[in-house]
Write a protein that binds this ligand. Structure first.
Ligand SMILES: NC(=O)c1ccc[n+]([C@@H]2O[C@H](COP(=O)([O-])OP(=O)(O)OC[C@H]3O[C@@H](n4cnc5c(N)ncnc54)[C@H](O)[C@@H]3O)[C@@H](O)[C@H]2O)c1
Length: 466
């Protein structure tokens, strides 16, 4: 099949690479000229395990090409994937300007019956808007060409995106057209070969499914973070509680890890967008409000633990940070809890040395230049380098290489002895035996005297007010 994928970011590039691997001809299109030029030279714009090999092989074999406009395309596409961003608008709703701009382009260049597949995460009823825009363009061109608009939300996880695309749990397709359904079945056949993974439904059902999935996962995270906060205050250990509830098959172990809040390009914006969607229908989404509010507080938790330990003036404090990306396996720093943490401690005078296995160039590009110029933030080449003379080590992203470090070496290298474990990766008893002061999330050993807790509660109230 001939496929145009419009938007060559995390979703578009992975989708394009996987469909070309299955023998299709794919044009990945992006308005970012530099990105396209780099891709043509084999330079990946993102880090995603396995992506580079897949892209290079299919590009060299001629099944995958990179273009800056649909206009450049020589082969007529059978399907158009819309895979552009849908960031939060000022009021939190999904900004559809990029999706609708692509719809306009499709309307300009479509030449035969094709299926326009919306892979971007979009609010219910967006397919109707996409259809209207394409129709308006066709009217201007005085042409009558049949087309269908289908919702096919993407569920890939950054860090495991190739695997998710090649072996999806499910392929959700929202369509009201038998012709589109047949074409989508054919398109996805190589990925659903061993058993049927396609779930067909109405277009609005599919649009809502994506938001409901992300909101459910965000809810699990926020719920567990709430329990962790309660554990901290009552002397229970959330790690025991987690094991205790996860073993219930109705609950399960996934997405109940307490930590420093969810980040990334999807959960925060999608929860917000679902809230705004509900409000547009005069419906108060009480659970979603709470999920978002808990997360806003939780993203501040590591900074608060540092303030509780060292006081409000951090000008003499050296902080070592492991992990900057919003989760392991990606260089994506969008909405990473690391950003809020750095803002908080640097604004209080701390100096920070940080290391991340993949997100260093993104950090250099995205974080304030003044932090680097004034040496408030130094990025190091190796994870051990951040430790030298540090008062505290803060684990923010649980990359595998941080899981079992040599704590004796760490102790010798640091000036202080505090470890703030933002992902509950370490054994408090083991660290305490080695002479560390361990601070986790909701762990019984977290040494928070009552007066410090009071200041945290006050700070939480400030956050809620904001
Ligand atoms: N990143 C994820 O893990 C993930 C997972 C599932 C769903 N999604 C959803 O998929 C969509 C894309 O997300 P992403 O993370 O890949 O975004 P991204 O920001 O990484 O990539 C979007 C790309 O679209 C390009 N673009 C914008 N306007 C364009 C236009 N008119 N023509 C051509 N290209 C254009 C941008 O230059 C950019 O390269 C979003 O709606 C997101 O919510 C993302």
């Amino acid at each position: 099949m001939n496929i145009a994928v419009i938007g060559t970011g995390y979703v578009g590039l992975v989708t394009g690479a996987c469909f070309s691997e299955m023998g299709n001809h794919v044009a990945c299109i992006d308005i970012d000229v530099k990105k396209v030029e780099k891709l043509r030279k084999g330079i990946m714009p993102i880090y995603e395990p396995g992506l580079e090999d897949l892209v290079k092989r299919n590009y060299q074999d001629g099944r995958l090409e990179f273009l800056t406009s649909l206009h450049e395309q020589s082969i007529e596409p059978d399907v158009y994937f819309i895979a552009v961003g849908t960031p939060s608008d000022e009021d939190g709703s999904a900004d559809l300007q990029y999706v609708l701009a692509v719809a306009k382009e499709v309307g300009k260049y479509i030449t035969k019956y094709s299926v326009v597949i919306d892979k971007s995460t979009v609010p219910v009823a967006t397919a109707d808007k996409v259809r209207q825009v394409i129709r308006a363009e066709l009217k201007q061109r005085k042409l009558q060409i049949d087309f269908d608009v289908v919702s096919n939300p993407e569920f890939l996880k950054e860090g495991a995106a190739i695997d998710d695309c090649m072996r999806p749990d499910r392929v959700v397709v929202g369509t009201d057209s038998e012709r589109a359904r047949t074409l989508l079945k054919e398109l996805y056949a190589p990925f659903t070969h061993n058993y049927e993974r396609m779930i067909f439904m109405g277009i609005r059902d599919a649009e809502m499914t994506k938001y409901a999935a992300n909101a459910m996962l965000a809810t699990k995270i926020s719920f567990m973070n709430e329990i962790a906060n309660l554990c901290e205050r009552t002397g229970a250990d959330v790690e025991n509680v987690r094991r205790g509830i996860g073993s219930d098959s109705r609950i399960g172990f996934s997405f109940i890890y307490p930590g420093c809040g969810y980040g990334g390009s999807c959960f925060p914006k999608d929860v917000k967008a679902l809230i705004r969607l509900a409000e547009q229908y005069d419906f108060e989404p009480k659970v979603l409000y709470a999920v978002e509010a808990r997360n806003e507080l939780q993203k501040n938790i590591l900074g608060q633990k540092i303030l509780a330990k060292f006081g409000g003036d951090l000008s003499q404090i050296k902080i070592a940070v492991w992990g900057l990306s919003f989760k392991p396996g990606t260089d994506d720093m969008r909405e990473s809890p690391a950003i809020l943490f750095l803002e908080k401690v640097i604004s209080r005078g701390a100096t920070v040395k940080a290391y991340d296995p993949e997100a260093m160039s993104v950090a250099k590009r995205e974080l304030p230049v003044s932090w680097f110029n004034e040496e408030k933030l130094v990025l190091t080449q190796h994870q051990e380098e951040v430790l030298k003379d540090a008062d505290v080590l803060v684990l923010i992203t649980e990359w595998k290489q941080f899981r079992n470090p040599d704590f004796t070496k760490i102790k010798a290298s640091m000036r202080g002895n505090v470890i703030v474990d933002g992902r509950n990766q370490y054994d408090p008893a083991q660290l305490q035996a080695l002479g560390f002061e361990y601070v986790g999330i909701g762990r019984r050993t977290t040494p928070l005297p009552y007066n410090k807790m009071t200041s945290i509660v006050q700070e939480e109230e400030v956050c809620i007010a904001e």
